[in-house]
Design a binder for this molecule. Sequence first.
Ligand SMILES: NC(=O)c1ccc[n+]([C@@H]2O[C@H](COP(=O)([O-])OP(=O)(O)OC[C@H]3O[C@@H](n4cnc5c(N)ncnc54)[C@H](OP(=O)(O)O)[C@@H]3O)[C@@H](O)[C@H]2O)c1
Length: 275
Amino acid sequence: MTIPSVKLNNGLQMPQIGLGTASLDDDAVAPVIVSAIEAGYRHIDTAFRYGNQRGVGKGVRDSGIAREQLFVTTKLDGEFQGQNRAIVGLDECLQQLQMDYVDLLLIHWPLPQRNEYVSTWKTFETLVASGKVRSIGVSNFTPAHLEMLHAQTTIRPTTNQIQLSPRITRPDQVAYGHAHNIVTVSWSPLGQGGDLLSDPTLKAIAHAHGRSIAQIVLRWNIELGLVPIPRSANPVRLAQNLEIFDFALTPAQIAAITALDTGAEKRVDSDVQGH
Ligand SMILES: NC(=O)c1ccc[n+]([C@@H]2O[C@H](COP(=O)([O-])OP(=O)(O)OC[C@H]3O[C@@H](n4cnc5c(N)ncnc54)[C@H](OP(=O)(O)O)[C@@H]3O)[C@@H](O)[C@H]2O)c1
C-alpha cells in the first residue's frame, strides 16, 4: 500500500493519513502501533495529554522500523503554554517517546482566555532551530487565532488539526488553510465510531463502491485535500482504513457527503480536560 504525502509549507512531506491514538494508554497503544506500522502506517498522532507517549515510543521500537521512515506528531497542552514553557514540554515529550525529534509539534488548543498562544508560538519558532522538531503547527485554531499569529510572529503553522467529519465540515477553517498553505488535519474523522458510520447516504455510497462507510469517509477527506488521522485498535479495521487510495468518489458523491454537515461545531471534552 503506497500512501501519498502532502507537502507542508516548509517542504516536509507528511503521509496523507495517520494513526490516531487518543484514549489508548501506554499498554494498549504499543501493540496497536506495531500492527499499524505492519499494515503500512507511517504517520502517528499522539499528545502529551494522552499520557501514552511511552507506549507509542515502545511500539515504534518494537516494530523495528527506522525512525526516519516515520512521521510522528505530538502536542503540548495548557501547562506548556507561555513564554519558554514549550522548551521543557518538548524535552519531556521526547524523553517519554525516547526519540531525538518529532516531525510535528502542535499547540494542542489556543486557550484564548489565557492569551498565551502567541508567546507559545514564538517559543515554538525557536524550537525549529534546535533540531528537535522538523515542523510546527497548531490544533483547534480558528481563522481569527491564525490571523493573530500571522500578525505577530514569523513562521506560518504548517498544519491546523481540527475536528472534522461529514457532520462537521468547518468550511471556513478549511478555506483559510487552502488560502494560506496550512494543511488541515481532521481529528475524529470517523465521528469517534458513532452513528455517522450508519448514515444512510454514506451507506448508499459505500454500497456503490463496494467499500465500508469508514473508507468512504476517509476517501472524502483525501478528495478534499485533508489529512485524516483515524484511530482503530483493531488490526482488520486498521488495515481497511488505509485501503482508500485505489478508488475515487464522483463530484456528486463528494457534494452529497459534504451536505451531511449538521452545522453543529462540537468538540470532544475529554481532550480539553485539565486545561
Ligand atoms: N487535536 C485534538 O484536539 C484532538 C482531539 C481528539 C482526537 N484527536 C486525534 O484524532 C484521532 C482520531 O479521533 P478519535 O480517536 O476521537 O476518533 P475516530 O478516529 O473518529 O474514531 C475512532 C473510533 O472509530 C472506530 N473505527 C475505526 N475504524 C473503523 C472502521 N473501519 N469501521 C468501524 N469503526 C471504526 C474505532 O473502533 P475500533 O478501535 O474498535 O476499530 C474507534 O472507536 C485521535 O485518536 C487523536 O489522535 C485530536
